[in-house]
Design a protein around this ligand. Structure first.
Ligand SMILES: Nc1ncnc2c1ncn2[C@@H]1O[C@H](COP(=O)(O)OP(=O)(O)O)[C@@H](O)[C@H]1O
Ligand SMILES: [Mg+2]
Length: 246
């Protein structure tokens, strides 16, 4: 049976940080596949390597060893400039701290990546307006981030992440700075956006309660993938070497 092309595939990925001449090994022999059109959760305790792994999948950082393929493109041979260009065109990001530009309005924050990408004013206006409406903020377009609640800021960040129509959106602990009710509504919104725009979504969390939202859950601990669970699997977390197809 023909499998659709994975959105991202990592094979044999290692990452070690070097701090004051001390090696801090963070990721060990990561092998994983992000399936297209799915809502994937990367679950692990603080310090387990989630941010490092997401940065590698999202082409913000490179591994020390191993292969990273995103959207069918082997990213290893790309120069730094080519890699950041590739990232800008293919990956959207949502961060724990929202990372909005404080001097720009909600509308301008959503428009900003399109401005950088050189999109025509009409396209920018249509998309920014449409996206702000999609995330329920049509009436807050002129507000600065400082005039928005945390949940509203994250909605702006979600709209911004979708502005260049990436195939993959990466969200690093997008609900960690929100109260649990707002966090749930942000999760539901990301889920809706994932379905509406048929993108693949991968987000990290240290909260096991998010598992119920996921199609695929990847369990990370001490930089090692401990198991992968597909939606509907009744079994508990499988040991890594018994995960089919990994
Ligand atoms: N730039 C860095 N330099 C050195 N060590 C780092 C750096 N970034 C992260 N680490 C270390 O790598 C480990 C994993 O960090 P991280 O990927 O941020 O985990 P998580 O997102 O799961 O909390 C931690 O032990 C952290 O201290
Ligand atoms: Mg992190």
């Amino acid at each position: 049976m023909n499998q659709p092309q994975p959105v991202a595939e990592l094979v044999g990925v290692d990452k070690t940080y070097r701090l004051d001449a001390v090696d801090v090994p963070v990721l060990h022999n990561i092998k994983l596949l992000v399936r297209p059109g799915q809502f994937t959760v990367l679950l692990g305790p603080s310090g387990s390597g989630k941010t490092t792994l997401l940065n590698i999948i999202g082409c913000i950082d490179r591994p020390d060893r191993g292969q990273v393929t995103v959207g069918g493109c082997d990213t290893g041979p790309l120069s730094d400039d080519e890699l950041s260009d590739f990232r800008a065109r293919n990956v959207g990001f949502i961060f724990q701290n929202f990372n909005l530009l404080p001097v720009l309005t909600a509308y301008e924050n959503v428009e900003y990546p399109m401005l950088l990408a050189g999109l025509a004013p009409k396209v920018r206006a249509e998309r920014a307006t449409h996206l702000l409406k999609s995330v329920g903020l049509a009436d807050r377009a002129r507000n600065l981030p400082g005039q928005l609640s945390g949940g509203q800021r994250q909605r702006v960040a979600i709209a911004r992440a979708l502005a260049l129509r990436p195939k993959l959106v990466i969200a690093d602990e997008p609900t960690a700075n929100l109260d649990s009710r707002t966090g749930r509504s942000i999760l539901a919104l990301m889920r809706r956006m994932q379905q509406q725009y048929e993108i693949s979504f991968i987000f990290s969390s240290h909260d096991r309660a998010v598992i119920r939202e996921a199609d695929d859950t990847i369990f990370l601990k001490d930089g090692v993938i401990r198991g992968i669970r597909r939606r509907g699997d009744a079994s508990p977390v499988p040991p890594p070497d018994s995960v089919p197809g990994r």
